[in-house]
Design a protein around this ligand. Structure first.
Ligand code: FPP
Ligand code: MG
Length: 307
C-alpha cells in the first residue's frame, strides 16, 4: 500500500520531482562533454548511460537538502555537486552490470553499456564518469561554499563511494552470493552498497546550504535511513516488479542467490520494515519546519516507488 502524502499544502511530489529532474537534466547537459573530436566513441559511451533516463534521485536529494537549510540556494553552486553524484551513481551501474559482476543485459530500459560498447569501453566509461565527478566537485564558479566546506564535501563523497563505502558494499555483496550471511551483514551490505552514496548526497547538500551541526546530524540520520529503505525497496522490486516498469531484469537476485531482505524475511515483513525505516527517516527531520517537506515527501516516494 502506498503511504499518502501528509502535507496537503505542499507541491505534489510528482510535480516537484519533474521540475527538479528537468533542472538536473539541464545541469548534466551543461557539464558533460559533447561527443565530438578524437574521443567521440568514449564520450558516446559516457553519455549513453548518463542520459538513459535515470530517476536522478541522488542529485534531487542533494538539492532538496541544500534548499531545506538555505531557501536561497544558488543553482550555479549546487548543480556541479548534484551532477557529480549522478555521474558516480551511473558509473556504479555500468560496472555493476558488467559480466564480472551482475552480468546484466538491460538497464534503464536499454541494453547495458557493455552490450553496446563492449566490456573494455564500459569499464573506461565508468572510470571516466567517476573521475569527472571529482573534477566537478572541485568546480567553484560561485563563492557560496567556502574552501573548508568544499573539502569536507569532497571527503564525505570520496569516503562514501570508496572501499569502506559503496565499493566495499559491492565487494561484500558479490562475496555473499550463494552463502548464508546473518542479518547484521545484510544490513551492512545494503548500507554500504546503496546507502552510503544516498547519505552522502544529503550530507553534501546540507553542507552546501550551510547546515548547523544539529541540522547536519539530523540530515545524516535521515540519509542513512532512506538509503537503507531505498535498497530494501530495490530488493522488493526485484521480486514484485516488472521488467517493463523497472527497465532492468527482475528475479535476478534469487537467480544469483543474493542475500536480500525478501530472501531473509519474506515479502510482507520486508514491506513493513521498509515502511518503518521510512517513517523513522521522516521522524529524524522533526526539528525542521515545512522547509523540509520536500525531503519528507522524497522519503515517502522512495517507499512508494515502482521503478
Ligand atoms: C538503482 O538506483 C541502484 C541501486 C539500488 C544501487 C545498487 C548498488 C550498486 C549498483 C553499487 C555498485 C557498485 C560498484 C562499485 C560497481 P536507481 O533506482 O536510482 O536507478 P536509476 O538511476 O536508473 O533510476
Ligand atoms: Mg546489480
Amino acid at each position: 500500500m502506498k503511504i499518502k502524502p501528509s502535507y496537503p499544502n505542499y507541491m505534489d511530489i510528482k510535480t516537484y520531482l519533474n521540475e527538479k529532474k528537468q533542472q538536473v537534466e539541464n545541469g548534466l547537459e551543461e557539464f558533460m562533454f559533447k561527443a565530438e573530436g578524437p574521443l567521440t566513441e568514449h564520450i558516446k559511451a559516457l553519455r549513453y548511460s548518463l542520459f538513459a533516463g535515470g530517476k536522478r534521485v541522488r542529485p534531487i536529494l542533494c538539492i532538496a537538502a541544500a534548499e531545506t537549510v538555505d531557501q536561497h540556494t544558488d543553482y550555479n553552486t549546487i548543480m556541479p555537486i548534484a551532477v557529480a553524484l549522478e555521474c558516480i551513481h551511473t558509473y556504479s551501474l555500468i560496472h555493476d552490470d558488467l559480466p564480472a559482476m551482475d552480468d546484466d543485459k538491460l538497464r534503464r530500459g536499454k541494453p547495458t553499456n557493455h552490450m553496446v560498447f563492449g566490456e573494455a569501453e564500459a569499464i573506461l566509461a565508468g572510470d571516466g564518469l567517476l573521475t569527472f565527478a571529482f573534477e566537478l566537485l572541485t568546480r567553484h564558479n560561485t563563492n557560496q561554499i567556502d574552501p573548508t566546506d568544499r573539502l569536507r564535501i569532497i571527503e564525505i563523497i570520496a569516503k562514501a563511494v570508496g572501499s569502506l563505502g559503496m565499493v566495499g558494499g559491492q565487494a561484500l555483496d558479490l562475496a555473499s552470493e550463494g552463502i548464508d550471511i546473518d542479518f547484521e551483514q545484510l544490513r551492512l551490505i545494503h548500507s554500504c552498497k546503496t546507502g552510503a552514496l544516498i547519505t552522502a548526497s544529503v550530507q553534501a547538500g546540507a553542507i552546501a546550504g550551510k547546515a548547523t551541526p544539529e541540522q547536519f546530524e539530523a540530515m545524516t540520520s535521515y540519509g542513512q535511513l532512506i538509503g537503507l529503505a531505498f535498497q530494501i525497496v530495490d530488493d522488493l522490486l526485484n521480486v514484485e516488479g516488472t521488467k517493463e516498469e523497472l527497465g532492468k531484469a527482475v528475479g535476478s537476485d534469487a537467480e544469483r542467490q543474493k542475500s536480500t531482505y525478501p530472501a531473509f524475511f519474506g515479502l510482507e515483513k520486508t514491506r513493513t520494515m521498509a515502511r518503518e525505516t521510512v517513517n523513522l527517516a521522516v521522524t529524524a527531520l522533526e526539528d525542521f519546519n515545512n522547509q523540509a517537506d520536500s525531503l519528507r515527501e522524497l522519503a515517502l516516494y522512495i517507499y512508494n516507488r515502482t521503478n
